[in-house]
Design a protein around this ligand. Structure first.
Ligand SMILES: Nc1nc2c(ncn2[C@@H]2O[C@H](COP(=O)(O)OP(=O)(O)OP(=O)(O)O)[C@@H](O)[C@H]2O)c(=O)[nH]1
Ligand SMILES: [Mg+2]
Length: 329
């Protein structure tokens, strides 16, 4: 299983409490009216809340400072200042929230489920108005307290994404090309086998809040389970994916055999991988020499999608199919 870590560092501050007020009652028929300065309102809290529709931490790369509203000051008439509004910051499900203190990171929450929340920075308490300070010895106190400051914190957000879809296939079949076409990932692409040496991950955004994570793993060949090529150790990265895309280079010869070889290697690795839902995709259909295989492939496979990862032909339909399958259980 590959993890794709998205992270951001931000600064949060709760609102300051409003100040208490010093005021005295001054009315025509109430000589020497007592103190009636109101209290300050409480500062707003900064709250993180997990929501399903947010998928990445990208927004936090643009805005890094978050301040909740200050409380209002108290006023005469014993009027309490307004409480500051809480600032609710929405984050994706699975976001880990860490506080950074003197360069050390400490986990303070792991927001896994929809609507999980945590108050990270409390707003300051409001100050007390002079009404509170009246006593038998002091009938006209001129004291009020200031509102407290809100808490300030340096926060690190971390999001681990787990791939939903794994792309497998022979070296050079266009796995990395496809990943780069459908996501912002920029894996190395080249016209020779074993270009990809480590798995790559990308986030596919289909619009309407639909997105999923795709992993492109190094090419497999016959005998991989016995250590040929780069071997099969990378298969562990796709054990937890829900769907496999089996990419076939249609411009090659012997495509059915090659397909079956890879199935055997999967089987040698684990039965579980073999049982996983597999979408078969013929790539490079922009090339003339791919045409010879199309009829054959259509006959052999119950269902096959044809694409050109290079030109993008058929890719949108494939993504819609993947989305449908991901939501099929
Ligand atoms: N004409 C054409 N060429 C493609 C297409 N997809 C990929 N290629 C080319 O095929 C070659 C291999 O592409 P990669 O994306 O690096 O292939 P890969 O499957 O990731 O290869 P490995 O990392 O070595 O396993 C590159 O020269 C790509 O430009 C396609 O749809 N049409
Ligand atoms: Mg590659």
């Amino acid at each position: 299983m590959i993890k794709f870590i998205d992270e951001a560092e931000i600064f949060v501050r709760g609102g300051k409490g409003g100040d208490g007020c010093v005021a005295f009652r001054r009315e025509k028929f109430v000589p020497k009216g007592g103190p009636w300065g109101g209290d300050g309102g409480k500062g707003g809290d900064v709250i993180f809340k997990a929501i399903k529709n947010k998928k990445t931490l990208i927004d936090f790369h643009f805005q890094r400072h978050f301040f909740a509203e200050n409380g209002g000051h108290g006023s005469s008439n014993n009027k309490k200042g307004k409480d500051g509004r809480d600032l609710i910051i929405e984050v994706p499900l699975g976001t880990i929230i860490k506080e950074i203190i003197d360069g050390e990171e400490k986990i303070i929450a792991d927001l896994l489920n929809e609507n999980d929340y945590i108050i990270v920075a409390k707003g300051g308490k409001g100050g007390l108005g002079n009404t509170h300070f009246k006593s038998s010895t002091n009938q006209a106190p001129r004291i009020a307290t200031k509102g407290e400051k809100g808490e300030e914190k340096k926060i690190k957000l971390e999001l681990k994404l787990i791939a939903d879809v794994g792309i497998i296939g022979y070296p050079n079949s266009g796995k990395s090309t496809l990943l780069s076409k459908i996501s912002k990932a920029r894996p190395k692409i080249a016209d020779y086998p074993f270009t990809t040496l480590e798995p790559n991950l990308g986030l596919v955004n289909l619009g309407d809040y639909r997105s999923f994570v795709v992993a492109d793993i190094p090419g497999l060949i016959e005998g991989a389970s016995k250590g040929k090529g780069l071997g099969i150790k990378f298969l562990k990265h796709i054990e937890r994916t829900r769907i496999l895309i089996h990419l076939i280079d249609m411009s090659e010869n012997d495509i059915i055999n090659k397909y079956e070889n890879i199935r055997k290697e999967l089987e040698n690795y684990s039965e579980k991988l073999l049982m996983k839902k597999e979408i078969i995709v013929g790539n490079k259909i922009d090339l003339d020499q791919s045409k010879k295989n199309i009829k054959n492939a259509k006959e052999y496979f119950k269902e096959i999608y044809f694409i050109s990862a290079l030109t993008g032909e058929g890719v949108k339909e494939l993504l819609e199919k993947i989305w449908k399958e991901l939501n099929n259980d």
